[in-house]
Design a protein around this ligand. Structure first.
Ligand code: 5GP
Ligand code: ZN
Length: 115
């Protein structure tokens, strides 16, 4: 996906504050952080959303989840953090390249308001 924003970040065509990268994934600081620490962890492979992930991505998705606490700890979130994956327009997704938000460093409000 040549015109995808996060593919461009993955290829190094757009600068981002990288916190981790290997041959399969890359993590970088969100440009508009919702908390003192707000990272995005993405696969290098273009998967548009979690709803587009397939069985073949099982190991990759598992790797991302297992990497999240390590990256969080490295960014000072040893006390805990929030992970978020917005999926589709109904889920508030804005960038259609799968990404895991890793958020923390301040008081995290309850995720769901009960009506
Ligand atoms: P979504 O709403 O799709 O789950 O989240 C997209 C996230 O990407 C937002 O938190 C937004 O601030 C972040 N973002 C959008 N454009 C850029 C960019 O060019 N660089 C970085 N580092 N983050 C971005
Ligand atoms: Zn992409």
């Amino acid at each position: 996906m040549s015109d995808c924003l996060f593919c461009k970040i993955s290829r190094g065509e757009i600068p981002a504050g990288k916190v981790y990268e290997d041959d399969e994934v890359i993590a970088f600081h969100d440009i508009n952080p919702a908390a003192p620490v707000h990272m995005l962890l993405i696969p290098r492979q273009h998967i548009a959303s979690l709803a587009d992930a397939q069985d073949e991505h099982q190991a990759l998705l598992g790797k991302m989840l297992l990497l999240a606490p390590r990256l969080a700890r490295e960014q000072g979130l040893g006390d805990g953090f929030r992970t978020v994956i917005n999926t589709g327009r109904g889920g508030g997704q804005e960038v259609f390249h799968l990404h895991l938000h890793i958020i923390g460093g301040s008081t995290i409000p309850p995720m769901v308001r009960h009506h």
